[in-house]
Design a protein around this ligand. Sequence first.
Ligand code: FAD
Length: 431
Amino acid sequence: KLNIFWHRRDLRIEDNAGLYKALRGDLPVQPLFIFDENILSQLEDKRDARITFIHNEITRLSKEYESHGSSLMVRYGNPVDILKELLSEFSIENVYTNRDYEPYAKERDSEVYELLNASNVHFIGAKDHVIFDKDEVVKGDGSPYLVFSPYASKWRQKLNDFYTSSYPTEKYLGNLHRSTPTQIPSLSDLGFEKSELEFPSREFPKKIIRTYDETRDYPGKDGTSRLSVHLRFGTISIRKLLQTALSSNQTFVNELIWRDFYQMILFHYPECPTKAIKPQYDNIEWESSEEHFERWCKGQTGYPLVDAGMRELNSTGYMHNRVRMVVASFLTKHLLLDWRLGERYFAEKLLDYDLASNVGGWQWASGSGCDAAPYFRIFNPTSQLEKFDPDLKYVKRWVPEYGTSSYAKPMVDHKQARERALERYKSGLNN
Ligand code: FAD
């Protein structure tokens, strides 16, 4: 008899809540990872860097399990079918996992629950990805917060050692199932090719975190942690990162609260990936220019900060947060294109793409989501450049032709575009 621990967006052994729960049970634990064919088949780019990233991390994780006398079972297919196969191959008592709050994951997990339940196998979830989930931080009347500041105060009030402590999985690794190593499907078995992108390190950049409040807004500086991809795939622990943040920089803690906040919003508003959180914003009449959208995607708008950001995204799978705000505002306000188009483009390109944070960021930028500021606060891409890239370090890196005659002319005039956006938003919201 066995217990299974199913890794999903938690690709580590250290301080893993669900794995800890499993290891504390009475039966040996067999770790499992499934390359989900439903997700992989939707990716168009066969060089998608996220698959190379996951493949590297699975290889590392598998070696780690081997060093503890166990192995990671790695399969490829539809998770429900794979679990069905495992039920017939092994005598399984419980399947442990960490909760995932995305709509697709919730649907998949409820199918898995049905399957396991029919065979009297328990499906046991743990909270690992965030500090607080579901209804843990809500208003007094039980309804969710739509504004960040009161949510953040409540989050901080509720925080204590219990929530920040790590789970000492290392003490219980003797309870892993002694199994022999199995083959990991290669990237080409999965239908992908290796990406040559360089991935950020898993080490916490303690120095950057310490001075984060001073450096985080400048895309030309090495001033943010670059840990987003690791938080996305759980190759680092949010609790360990929070412990470091709490003792070094409160502004950084705040960013980790934003992450929890958007996960909470997605949980309470599962339709937010396609519907405005403030429903009246779905009355805004968007433009439909493919040409404008393409110029934005390629970084050829004639606004250097916007163009630098889009080119950074296209070549590295990353964009600095300040610039994400500027390009998102430019698309939804200056070009009056639907935020959903931008959200989908980011979803294809971002290494750290995360449904909750991305939809949250896009709805924030378009005004339809969780922003305390009114829609008529429109970023000026030129003054943002002067303020946050004053020496043009960032722009020159990504837009080398800036300042020469070959650089594109601004595709829209800031003042006119601003007025048009105000008009259009106003009439949509009064509808
Ligand atoms: P740091 O500045 O070092 O912050 C540390 C961590 O805090 C990040 O790794 C991230 O996990 C979290 N964080 C920081 N800012 C935010 C935020 N505003 N919302 C939620 N979490 C935050 N982040 C993603 O992880 N995935 C996305 O798909 C994503 N899409 C975005 C789309 C838009 C339009 C905007 C405006 C922001 C988006 N963000 C997204 C948030 C933010 O831009 C990135 O998390 C950050 O730039 C990642 O770089 P970093 O790891 O160096 O962050």
